[in-house]
Design a protein around this ligand. Sequence first.
Ligand SMILES: Cc1cc2nc3c(=O)[nH]c(=O)nc-3n(C[C@H](O)[C@H](O)[C@H](O)COP(=O)(O)OP(=O)(O)OC[C@H]3O[C@@H](n4cnc5c(N)ncnc54)[C@H](O)[C@@H]3O)c2cc1C
Length: 310
Amino acid sequence: MNHQQCAELATICRSIRWDVDMAPYSTFRTGGVAEAMVEVGDIAELSALLRWLQKEQTQWHVIGGGSNILVTGRYHEGVFIRLRGSIQDILLEPPDAYAAEEGVLVRVHAGCSLAAFLGWCVRNDLGGLEFMAGIPGSVGGAIRMNAGALGHAISELLESVHCMTSQGETLAVAKDAALFAYRSTRLPGEHAGKMLITAGVFRLQRADGKHVAARCREIVEQRKQKQPQGLGSAGSFFKNPEGDFAGRLIERAGLKGLSHGKAMVSPKHANFIVNTGGAVPEDIIALMEEVRRKVLQHSGVLLEPEVRIY
Ligand SMILES: Cc1cc2nc3c(=O)[nH]c(=O)nc-3n(C[C@H](O)[C@H](O)[C@H](O)COP(=O)(O)OP(=O)(O)OC[C@H]3O[C@@H](n4cnc5c(N)ncnc54)[C@H](O)[C@@H]3O)c2cc1C
């Protein structure tokens, strides 16, 4: 961005920082430098920002908890956007908008963390989301990735997805129109390419908060048994190929414990690439490529990363 663009951007966004180390914004705990990071506090500010970015043809990315991204070591021109303020709110939909016996509709803004949403469900005696317990990140990131566990995906609970187009216009997409797939959500038609999710409307069921909390604790405990703890990662690195598990294929190829620099295939869970301390993004990329090559040689399957690489 030139001087004038920097000055204009600073008039649109209240919170802006320049030349930002992305390591703290990725659960891999490593990353390159972003030209600008803006934290947007409400929908009006977001709309003005996207319109300006479109007019200036400036590159942008939205991130949530950074738990499914790898930011490569180069300098990233453009703007990384984080959703804060009222774009983290949880609101009950007016009860007259739906039949009460079919549950409760809740509008959860994209910047809200999944952990905060689950805590809210417990306090408000609402169930359905427990299978997401222990998945880090934001509601927006979870919808974008169609995150899930235990045979369920977040899209199963969604009634509609609310987005902003790159022209800064709001758009509601009914659940039947959104294209939910394994670890991916796409919007139909012209909006497929660049979408910023601002909220999801979820249908939850009345439940005893104590039972919901107990089930969440149980699930988190199971995850601790199976997944590496205390090391940077983005969870499962590769998508499971049709009818199989990436972790099984990696283990069968004898790759548990394989390392490149400070990045390692976790000995505890073969589909986790972990930062053992001080890994640079290129260590992770090199290890990813080696795993893909060796699994292809060993079993004929080309693994696709689930992690979004910038
Ligand atoms: C320890 C660990 C365990 C995990 N376990 C699971 C699991 O069991 N199941 C599972 O599915 N995932 C799992 N993950 C991966 C990750 O937590 C999920 O994919 C999560 O939903 C990503 O959310 P996020 O906010 O961190 O997204 P980010 O990592 O910030 O972003 C991921 C992608 O979503 C996009 N995005 C983020 N916010 C928005 C938005 N508002 N609008 C449009 N696009 C957006 C980003 O541009 C990026 O392309 C795990 C990760 C870790 C570190």
